[in-house]
Structure formats: C-alpha cells, structure tokens
Write a protein that binds this ligand. Structure first.
Ligand code: GLY
Length: 327
C-alpha cells in the first residue's frame, strides 16, 4: 500500500460558519512517466487552487468539484476532455459523473465524443433531466438541446495520445489486470466539502487506451467511480475500471467510514481489498463532511493536490506530501 495523507482541516470559512472547506483532486493513478511528472503535479495544484477559490468565497462543493474537474479536462496532460486517450479504433469516448451529497442527486455521461467538458454535461443530466445517466448519441442530442457547445472530436486528440495509440495499437492492453503500467493513462477527479458541510464528487475520463469501442469503465458508474453522501463523505476513484467496478470502490470506502473507520483507514482497507480480491490497482481521494481528507493509491504514482486551511498539499510518489502556502 502506498501513500496516505489525512488530516483535519481548521476553520477558514466565513466568520459565521462553523464548518471548514476542503478540496482534494487527483490526475489519475498510474505509472506516470518522468516526462509527464512535473506537468501532472502542476496541473493538479492549479485545479485544486481553482476549486478552492469557489469554496473560499462561500461557494458550494458541487461548484468547486465541477470547476476543478473542468480545469483538469482542459489540461491536455490528463486523460479527460482535451488529451483523452483513444479506443481501439483511434476514437475518443469519454465518461464522467458528478454527485451531490446533500440529496444523492447524480448525473453521468457515458461514451460521449465531442464534448470538451463531460463533467458539465453530467451535471446538466442531473439538473435538467429526470434521469441519472445518458450515453453516446443520446448524450450528444441532449447537449445540443441545451445549447452546450460541441467541439470536433479531433480537437480533443493530442499528438501525444495519437502517437501512443499508434505505438500500442497492435497490443490489447485495455483490460490488463495490472494497472501499474505506463500503458494505462487514467482519469481525473475531485471531492470537496463546503462551508455548510455539504460534500460532492466529480470524476471524468477518456478510459483506458485501446479499449474496445463502447467499453465503459468505473468512472460514470455511481458508487464505483464516485459517490457523495453528506452522511459519510465523498470519494473519487481512479485506476483499473474493471477492478473498481467489481468491488464498487467508492461505496466500499464510505461503508467503512460508516462503520467508524477514518477516511484514511477506509481508503487503505478498500484499496487493499481490491488488490487482494481482484488484483486491481488504483487510487482515491476522499473527504468527510467534517473536513477530514485522504489521498491514497496502489499504483506507482498518482498526482494529487488538496487545499485545507489555506495550505496547498500535493504529491506524486508513494509517501510524498509536500506543502506550500496558497498564493
Ligand atoms: N478508471 C477509468 C477507467 O477504467 O475507465
């Protein structure tokens, strides 16, 4: 088991608030190569700061996680939105989820193609439809019906991803059991608790490189790629989707929290279980309604960042926790 960080945040919300706001983000758990390491860390730090700016002004956890994940989707270092990985046919198919811990309201999109910010489309599904999830053509028709801008799919494809796809297309890597490899390139996400003690999560991904057309992983599946409940906390997951689905990782962590475990213990237990039971590796970020937070992973690396008490924490390697004052 690799890194875990956890702590209790102190007060920094408005004077009349008893709560303290925290955001934790990740840029994917995998064997991040050295040439992407700095950009990955810089990207999660910037996204955490952007999400925390929402919370600092008394904004809602839902707005903070959406804002942070949009920043990660817009950053082509990460496998979500711009920079999404390519499937076996060399096409983009993206998944996203967002969930509101106040009401358990949730929205998800699966296999969407020409949407720059799938997390915002997922939120629109939650807020503007009677459904929880829309797929593929239906999701795109819905996006058009609400005036959400679409982009040519090619605009989402970076030269890095096209080259990687060319390099690996003859291998069937998408369903590798061992996610601890540079073949994989995984997912972004955020969890937050706001000054009112409301929690939220958001997760967005291009999935696994060379996946079968139509393959959907854990990210848009409620309780797997994410879950948020004001009674226990919020989780966003990253890693081998087929493994995360089998153990319903996000919900498993919150079940441990409900049984009295800290977010740190719960994250460790659930990731260890996934490793032992289905040989799956991955990572999680977790926050509790009281501002306890954790970041944990069982892959070689995971870029993560958190803001609590105006302090920015971040790391990449197992056991690494750096901090600096938020500028
Ligand atoms: N964790 C993202 C995926 O497997 O699609």
């Amino acid at each position: 088991m690799h890194t875990i960080v956890a702590m209790q945040s102190g007060p920094h919300c408005r004077q009349n608030s008893k709560m303290s706001a925290v955001i934790v983000v990740h840029g994917g758990a995998w064997a991040i190569p050295d040439d992407l390491a700095k950009a990955s860390v810089d990207g999660v730090k910037a996204a955490a700061a952007e999400g925390f700016a929402v919370l600092r002004n008394g904004g809602a956890a839902m707005d903070a996680v959406e804002s942070a994940v949009r920043a990660l989707e817009d950053n082509d270092v990460f496998n979500a939105g711009h920079g999404a990985t390519l499937n076996a046919e060399g096409e983009v198919e993206m998944d996203a989820i967002i969930m509101d811990g106040r009401t358990l309201a949730c929205g998800a999109v699966l296999s969407v193609k020409n949407i720059a910010n799938p997390v915002s489309l997922a939120r629109a599904v939650m807020e503007k439809t009677d459904h929880v999830a829309l797929t593929d053509t239906g999701a795109n028709m819905f996006a058009q019906s609400i005036g959400m801008a679409t982009v040519p799919t090619d605009e989402l494809v970076t030269s890095y991803q096209r080259k990687e796809w060319e390099k690996h297309k003859k291998y069937l890597t998408g369903v590798k059991e061992d996610f601890n490899t540079q073949w994989a390139h995984d997912t972004v996400g955020a969890v937050a608790v706001d000054c009112s003690g409301n929690v939220a999560c958001a997760t967005s991904t291009g999935g696994i490189r060379n996946k079968m057309v139509g393959r959907v992983g854990d990210s848009p599946v409620i309780g797997c790629g994410g879950y948020a409940d004001n009674l226990s906390g919020a989780v966003s997951c990253t890693g081998h989707g087929e493994s995360i689905l089998k153990v319903t990782l996000a919900r498993l962590i919150l079940s441990h929290v409900e049984q009295g475990k800290s977010v740190e213990e719960a994250s460790n237990m659930a990731l260890q279980y996934m490793g032992e039971r289905v040989r799956g590796a991955g990572g999680v970020v977790v926050v509790s309604p009281k501002g306890q937070w954790a970041s944990a992973f069982t892959t070689q690396r995971m870029a993560w960042a958190a803001v609590a008490n105006e302090v920015l924490y971040y790391g990449l390697e197992p056991g690494e926790k750096r901090k600096e004052h938020l500028s």
